[in-house]
Design a protein around this ligand. Structure first.
Ligand code: 4AD
Ligand code: MG
Length: 425
């Protein structure tokens, strides 16, 4: 039977089961009488040890080559693994010229180096781990929202009309939440960011949720915190070894930092309080903090440090800084809206969300001031016909992976990063 490496490694008390394994050679070691291969197929971080006798020609069995091995699964005499595969037949499916191959056996290549090979880097242990975590986190997020997972948001239509790449599914989600109460979407999102930063992509994945009959930011923040923590715990329990590899090799101390985030309640401060905190420390910044101005990355990072490296919700931003759909707090001259951003260690802003303006006359006024009344009649209709208080948020999925794994550059947590002037593949 053909089995995956993960499947083979999971066999308890192996007793000569005949199996076929396919994968790529991660290491070759030849001793006098025996040859040891480690074969990996991406199904787990671990490779399967293949033991062959010296009748096999080791010259073809190079690091990086693809192989198919038939043999018997037996209990391994070594403590390092449960089982090993006693080879009866080894077929090289595709040779690999080790001299030309950009990755060298036993070398730990830095992520910046691997980034030059977007078509090959997923063959390495570290990218393998990051992408398995990405996949587990995706599944965990889907199951977090399972009760509403039936709804997918239609996004484009391209019959003879110009099409746009979506920057957010939010307004469509609001339509849906007006019928299905609680909805989410999780897919690619596009932003023409002219930025070479370590946390911006032109194409990233966003998890967005929208909840009807929701009346307070508190309730929204609870969902955000729960999504953050539940997803991390699921990933930790489903692929602990991949997470461990990332933590150990990329960010020493990250394991503790993540635990610290998971076991503490996230903090909440208002935008106004945040600016006060920043003003006390203004000598640290390139951009002078000021009420009414946007928070810069350096400010976000400072706030998180100030809060003891616990994620912190910043709420109630000045109306002038935020989009028209956010709910007016009606708080006099300050004039804030019920917005919430979650700032996290290592990354800064991870979530953005708000209560939505569900009161028709408020929304009409704001749209009129922006000259958008005509274009948004359909959006006003949602407030004319059975309006409900509601709110939602978006979470940048790549930033989430950066935060839990401790990965500095966003380009390393997505298989094919697209950013300013760069589309290598
Ligand atoms: O704060 P943003 O722009 O919020 C929205 O788009 C809302 N309409 C979402 C909603 O309420 N349904 O984006 C949400 C998150 C950010 O906090 C950030 O984590 C991520 O998306 N993000 C990016 N991630 C990578 N590269 C970029 N260029 C990003 N822009 C935003
Ligand atoms: Mg934002």
């Amino acid at each position: 039977a053909r089995v995956s490496v993960r499947g083979a490694l999971g066999v308890q008390n192996a007793n000569g089961e005949r199996v076929t394994v396919q994968g790529w050679i991660r290491s070759v070691r030849s001793q006098k009488e025996v040859l040891f291969l480690h074969v990996n197929d991406g199904s787990s971080l671990e490779s399967l040890q293949v033991v062959a006798d010296s009748s096999f020609d080791s010259r073809e069995l190079a690091f990086g080559s693809s192989v198919e091995v038939q043999g018997q699964l037996v209990k391994s005499p070594s403590k390092k693994q449960n089982v090993e595969l006693k080879a009866e037949k080894i077929e090289v499916v595709g040779n690999c010229d080790a001299k030309a191959f950009p990755f060298k056996y036993k070398e730990r290549h830095p992520l910046e180096y691997l980034r030059q090979y977007p078509h090959l880097r997923c063959r390495t242990n570290i990218l393998g781990s990051i992408l398995r975590v990405r996949s587990e986190a995706t599944a965990a997020i889907h199951s977090f929202f399972k009760p509403s997972s039936k709804i997918k948001v239609p996004e484009e239509n391209f019959f003879n009309i110009p099409v746009f790449l979506t920057v957010s599914g939010q307004l469509h989600l609001e339509v849906m939440s007006g019928a299905f109460t609680q909805v989410f979407t999780f897919g690619p999102t596009f932003r023409a960011e002219n930025s070479q930063s370590r946390r911006h992509l032109a194409e990233f994945y966003m998890v967005e949720a929208e909840i009807s009959f929701l009346e307070s930011l508190q309730d929204l923040m609870q969902v955000m915190e729960s999504l953050f923590k539940t997803t991390a715990m699921t990933v930790l329990s489903n692929c602990p070894k991949d997470v461990e590899l990332c933590h150990k090799f990329i960010a020493p101390g990250q394991k503790d930092r993540l635990e610290h985030m998971l076991k503490n309640n996230f903090l909440i401060i208002s935008y106004t309080e945040a600016v006060e905190i920043l003003k006390q420390a203004s000598q640290n910044f390139t951009f002078t903090p000021e009420w009414g101005a946007d928070l810069h990355t350096e400010h976000e990072k400072y706030l998180v440090k100030h809060c003891g490296d616990i994620p912190v919700f910043v709420i109630n931003y000045p109306r002038a800084l935020k989009p028209f759909y956010m709910r007016d707090n009606e708080d006099g001259p300050q004039h804030t809206v019920a917005a919430v951003d979650l700032l996290v260690p290592g990354v800064g802003e991870l979530f953005g969300g708000s209560l939505r303006e569900e009161r028709c006359h408020f929304l009409e006024q704001r749209l009129a001031r922006l000259g958008l009344t005509e274009a948004y009649q359909w959006y006003l209709d949602l407030r004319r016909f059975g309006s409900v208080p509601h709110g939602g948020f978006g979470m940048g999925f790549e930033r989430y992976l950066q935060c839990i794994l401790g990965i500095d550059n966003i380009k390393d947590v997505i298989p094919f990063p697209r950013f300013t002037h760069s589309c290598l593949l």
